[in-house]
Design a binder for this molecule. Structure first.
Ligand code: B12
Length: 212
């Protein structure tokens, strides 16, 4: 089995062809898809973030790496979904207003779907009104929000408030996540739970719905 160095390097460079080939290669040589994701793709994106913070790369390069990661995820997606059967519940997920980061949100959505939940994805820049409107329409079990910017986290609180105003809050569980989000913040805004990554998001979702 080769290591994931070449994959990490390809994502860092934003080389889609090399990265998707390396992802496929890793699958074929017996890597667990979760390891390819955690030790390959996410490790690479952490390096990209660090390089961005240090001013070593700029937004176009960061975007290219993000796109590369998304293409690699397409290779992994069917492998995560192999176990899915009947629906465990309905989940609305979206990246909150003002925030355009969707890689982590998509990953959570993909893992939830793989675990048997039916997902309704609002995409990015989803306003509190949009969450409320969709919740009224489909009556979900969980409303899940993602934020990657500290400046957009307040929109999570506003969405919880909007759900209260619309008398929906008591009928749904609220789950939040994203790099700057914490357990403490979840308590502060009266969300039902926080999860630090896509894997634990699935575990927490089952827990709060009592189907663990
Ligand atoms: C890729 C990226 C971008 C891309 C986004 C492309 C896309 N389609 O998503 C682009 C180039 C567009 C971008 C733009 C910007 N970005 Co940016 N970006 C990143 C970067 C490098 C990676 C994010 C990522 O995808 N990580 C990989 C995924 C898998 O991880 P994740 O998102 O954290 O998700 C995991 C968990 O958090 C959790 N999770 C996520 N969502 C949810 C939801 C729920 C319900 C649950 C339970 C769990 C959960 O599970 C996920 C999977 O395990 C980060 C740095 C970093 N390392 O985080 C900066 C970063 C997030 N960006 C940052 C900034 C500042 C910006 C800009 C403001 C830059 C600018 N000056 O214009 C803009 C803002 C645009 C906007 N309005 O949103 C800062 C944020 C600082 C802060 N705390 O506020 C970071 C941290 C970079 C840095 N070090 O400065 N960015």
């Amino acid at each position: 089995m080769t290591d994931l160095k070449a994959l990490i390097e390809a994502v860092n460079k934003g080389d889609i062809t090399a990265a998707t080939t390396e992802t496929q290669h890793a699958v074929e040589t017996g890597y667990n898809p979760q390891d390819i994701l955690d030790k390959g793709l996410i490790t690479a994106m952490d390096e990209v973030g660090e390089n961005f913070s240090k001013g070593k790369i700029f937004i176009p390069q960061m975007l290219r790496s993000a796109k590369t990661m998304q293409e690699c995820m397409k290779v992994l997606e069917p492998l995560f979904q192999e176990g899915s059967v009947t629906s465990k519940g309905k989940i609305i997920i979206g990246t909150v207003k003002g925030d355009l980061h969707d890689i982590g949100k998509n990953l959570v959505s993909m893992m939830m779907e793989g675990a048997g939940f039916t997902m309704f994805d609002l995409g990015v820049n989803a306003s509190p009104e949009r969450f409320v409107q969709k919740a009224q329409e489909i009556e979900p079990d969980i409303v899940a929000m993602s934020a990657l910017l500290s400046t957009t986290m307040p929109s999570m609180r506003q969405t919880v408030e909007a759900l209260k105003q619309a008398s929906i809050r008591r009928k749904v569980k609220v789950m939040i996540g994203g790099a700057p989000v914490t357990e403490k913040y979840a308590r502060e805004i009266e969300a039902d739970c926080y999860a630090p990554d896509a894997g634990s998001a699935v575990i927490k979702a089952k827990e709060i719905l009592g189907i663990a």
